[in-house]
Design a protein around this ligand. Structure first.
Ligand code: ADP
Ligand code: MG
Length: 236
């Protein structure tokens, strides 16, 4: 089981932001996507979620193209997303913040309770925070809650946009520990983590991809020495 991002191109406002992206995201892996600001990391995650329209290409989930399906169907297919600017609802408690995306999907109360238990197994430090108001969280705690919330719907894929950015070192280590614990509690889950600063990654990834000017490759040197031609998109 995997997601094959096949020959994907995304144009935004007349610019090609993703070009010829051809990668496979396999279950059970933690894939880091490393690239500088403006490389296309957020756009890649947003295209997987359906928040950005593909100009061409396919997203093959176990062979079925979900590339034109609306966001809610992708969430229902088990995709969870924690955007860079995590939005924690301040008027809701932490546990309500976690349950919300499942409620939107009409997941049963019993299933929601079960998922919360599973998430807490990987992130026990969240337990005492559950009744707390979303407004009372520190930046680091907010990132933890955003991860937990993404895991509530992301039963197959969890996409984390620069989660380590701005975390104090001790919180970053905790966050890294939670991601490693997920490997035990969610062995089939595919976690995708973008980062502009690879040294922040806490060695959580099982593989690393590099993104440069919208082109994704497993081999960093290739990209640096043979940058894809800028007009590739025009001939695609
Ligand atoms: N909605 C948009 N409209 C036009 N251009 C965009 C839009 N979103 C992103 N871009 C451009 O796409 C490129 C990649 O952006 P982004 O995916 O946010 O990169 P990253 O997350 O790696 O910093 C940038 O050049 C950015 O200016
Ligand atoms: Mg970004």
């Amino acid at each position: 089981m995997s997601l094959h991002i096949k020959s994907v191109r995304v144009d935004l406002a007349g610019n090609t932001v993703l070009r010829n992206v051809d990668i496979i995201l396999p279950e059970g892996e933690t894939v880091a996507v490393v690239g500088r600001n403006g490389a296309g990391k957020t756009t890649l995650l947003r295209s997987i979620m359906g928040l950005v329209k593909l100009t061409s290409g396919q997203l093959l989930l176990d062979g079925r193209d979900i590339g034109t399906e609306p966001v809610y169907l992708r969430a229902a297919a088990g995709f969870g997303y924690a955007p860079e600017d995590r939005v924690i609802f301040p008027t809701l408690s932490v546990v309500q913040n976690m349950a919300l995306p499942c409620e939107v999907q009409h997941v049963s109360k019993r299933e929601i309770a079960q998922r919360i238990e599973t998430v807490l197994a990987a992130m026990p430090q969240l337990k005492p925070m559950l009744p707390r108001s979303g407004a009372a969280l520190s930046g680091g705690q907010g990132k933890m809650v955003a991860l937990a919330r993404a895991l509530m719907v992301g039963t197959r894929f969890v996409l984390l946009d620069e989660p380590f950015q701005g975390l104090a070192p001790v919180v970053a280590r905790q966050y890294g520990d939670s991601l490693r614990a997920l490997r035990q509690s969610h062995p089939h889950l595919c976690v995708v983590i973008t980062e502009s600063n690879a040294s922040l990654l806490e060695e959580v990834q099982s593989s690393t991809l590099y993104i440069e000017r919208g082109y994704v490759t497993a081999d960093r040197l290739d990209v640096l020495h043979n940058p894809p031609p800028m007009d590739m998109a025009l001939t695609a």
